[in-house]
Design a protein around this ligand. Structure first.
Ligand code: ATP
Length: 617
């Protein structure tokens, strides 16, 4: 998964990239914003200079000061206020644009990212990046803008101060420079704690999410206390981090305040000296004081902006790391001519596969899967059946060895060309937000309504769909799924029928279904697999008996292949597991289950159903 906050990467690198990739397109607006900032800074500094001029006017008892004095102040404050308003509006427009652009790219990166990377992080931690991290970036960018205004204002006011008395101003700059050192130390601390806090927040969101999504299991096994205890530790940790973060952040403001005080003290000392020597008069002194007053607030803001900009850097690093995660699944170039399809001959030659965490799930798989035939994959839980299935549509690439489709390595096909040849019907069929019709039509781009309805009929889904409040137009909201397991499966079968791909990957449903649904699904699956190369992770005896070939897997390897009778005759794992779970003694007239077991997903309705579910290792 993308690596997280790297304290060695400098803020300038992160913000430099933010500018290059996300802000530069809006440089015209940003330039305008900068000009407005310059006006704000000049108006602020001009204010101090103007005060000096007005006091001088009073000192010389000038008559005209009664007009230009008030007028000048009004012009200065008005131009500052209007510029501030316009700058704010423009700046926030650019920020909102940037936020939307980053979120769009983040989502695109996630949906196309290698599964291996994606599965390494919990969905809630990933979704936290959309909200928390992007918000931090926006906030930090806003602070960078205020910092620019603050810096411009400080520079302009120092210019004014220099024009009043350069010696005193230089003395002040020296004092400020010496006093700013500690800010860096505190800033580094804030940066580190902020990064850890973000990680803890992601951890908290994911533990809350996990607890609530598995609430049935939690209740059934009375795990509430355990869950409460483990989440308490997470909340407690987060509390400590937050308190510590606030403590360090809170130091920054008073620190700047104290530094401001020191500066004022030094100013008084210098003013006293310079007044005695006649280098400065009262008007100059008041002008200097006003300039200092104008500069102190922006200078103080700089401290806060620095801390928030550092938090933003941590978020930027996390988001950019997501963009930079390389996609290891490289696209090939072979495409089928329009209207052509694969025949469906699949071969695995010496295929090994190791998951990113280093676990080798497949060892030397050699398989020839004839076009149009049905292959039932059986084996204990964890034997590697799903992994074999994942390699075919290239959700992962084999670590070594080659998989061929119609004699061509699957890596040579373009991903769409390859994946269009494959339909997947799994136990956890995904329904997306949209109408029932749309959910079926995802099976094939541009499918007509008539085709979708036909597919629904073949999948035995038509009856329950027409009973829905708006039939095929009923809106499905993933958060409020009202479909039963069997209904979802039938929708997913309809999708696969519509797709009409030559290869079918089928994870046979194990969830409990009533007899009628089960029969309907079986019929639908028979229709679906007719004439297609079908690979089934089989859980039912009838499926296994119907298959042309049975592939027995154990510990990541194919250990046997043949028909049911052949495999039984061979003995070995297939026969062992078969005999272990069924009483095949001569006196029993029919196979009878020896023990009762659960498949971990639901109940089995009949002994037959559980016959060849080898599980538990
Ligand atoms: N993302 C992953 N990272 C690391 N190891 C994994 C990952 N997914 C699966 N494995 C491991 O690979 C092995 C094979 O898993 P696989 O899901 O292919 O088995 P299976 O035969 O389909 O099991 P089941 O019947 O329980 O679904 C298992 O030991 C599993 O723990």
């Amino acid at each position: 998964m993308p690596q997280d906050f790297d304290p060695n990467r400098s803020a300038s690198q992160a913000y430099g990239r933010l500018w290059r990739d996300w802000l530069r397109p809006y440089r015209a607006t940003l330039f305008l914003t900068l000009m407005l900032m310059v006006i704000v800074a000049l108006a602020s500094a001009g204010y101090a200079k103007f005060i000096q001029m007005v006091i001088e006017g009073f000192e010389t008892a000038s008559n005209s000061v009664i007009w230009w004095g008030p007028l000048g102040i009004i012009v200065l404050t008005l131009s500052k206020g209007v510029s501030q308003y316009l700058q704010n509006v423009l700046q926030n427009q650019v920020m909102s644009r940037m936020q939307a652009d980053i979120q769009t790219k983040m989502y695109a990166s996630l949906v196309t990212m290698d599964l291996a990377h994606l599965l390494a992080e919990s969905p809630s931690a990933l979704s936290a990046r959309f909200s928390a991290d992007v918000e931090l970036i926006r906030n930090a960018s806003r602070q960078v803008f205020s910092a620019v205004t603050a810096i411009l204002t400080v520079i302009a006011t120092f210019g004014v101060m220099l024009s009043i008395d350069w010696a005193m101003t230089l003395g002040l700059i020296l004092i400020f420079a010496l006093a700013f050192g500690p800010v860096g130390i505190v800033g580094a601390r804030v940066k580190a704690i902020s990064a850890t806090t973000q990680e803890e927040i992601a951890q908290m969101v994911s533990s809350v999410d996990e607890g609530l999504s598995g609430i049935r299991m939690v209740r059934a096994y009375r795990l509430e206390d355990r869950l409460k205890d483990s989440s308490k530790a997470v909340f407690e940790n987060l509390y400590k981090l937050r308190v510590s973060l606030v403590k360090w952040q809170a130091i920054l403001s008073p620190m700047m305040e104290i530094l401001g005080g020191l500066a004022v003290g030094a100013l008084f000392f210098l003013v006293a000296l310079r007044m005695r020597s006649g280098a400065i008069d009262l008007a100059g002194f008041i002008g200097l004081l006003t300039a200092l007053g104008v500069a102190t607030n922006p200078a103080r803001k700089l401290g806060g902006a620095y801390a928030i900009a550092l938090q933003g850097q941590a978020a930027l690093d996390r988001v950019f790391a997501l963009f930079d995660t390389p996609n290891t699944i490289r696209d090939g170039s072979f495409e089928f001519a329009s209207g052509d399809k694969a025949k469906g001959l699949v071969e695995f030659r010496d295929v090994d596969f190791t998951y990113p965490d280093g676990f080798q799930a497949l060892h030397g798989i050699n398989l020839r899967i004839e076009a149009g035939k049905t292959y039932a994959f059986v084996g204990r839980s964890g034997a590697g059946k799903s992994t074999v299935f994942n390699l075919l549509p290239r959700l992962f690439d084999a670590t070594s060895g080659v998989i061929y489709l119609d004699g061509r390595p699957i890596t040579e096909y373009t991903l769409p060309a390859l994946r269009d040849q494959i339909s997947v019907v799994s136990q956890d069929s995904v329904l997306l937000s949209g109408s029932v019709l749309e959910n079926i039509s995802f099976g094939r781009e541009g499918a007509s309504e008539v085709d979708c309805i036909k597919a629904a009929k073949s999948a035995a889904a038509h009856k329950f769909i027409t009973k829905l409040p708006e039939g095929f137009n009923t809106h499905i909201e993933p958060a409020k799924i009202k479909f039963s397991g069997g209904e979802r499966q039938r929708l997913s079968i309809a999708r696969a029928i519509l797709r009409d791909a030559p290869i079918l990957l089928l994870d046979e449903p194990t969830s409990a279904l009533d007899a009628e649904s089960e029969n309907q699904i079986r019929t639908a699956l028979d229709v679906l697999s007719e004439g297609r190369t079908t690979l089934i992770i089989a859980h039912r005896l009838s499926t296994i008996l119907d298959a042309d070939q049975i592939v027995v897997m154990d510990q990541g390897a194919v250990v046997a292949q043949g028909s049911h009778d052949e495999l039984l005759e061979q003995g070995g794992i297939y026969a062992d597991l078969f005999n272990l779970q069924f009483d095949l003694s001569p006196e029993s007239s029919a196979p009878k289950r020896k023990r009762s077991f659960s498949n971990g997903q639901g109940r089995w309705k009949s002994p037959l159903e559980g016959l060849v579910k080898f599980f538990g290792g």
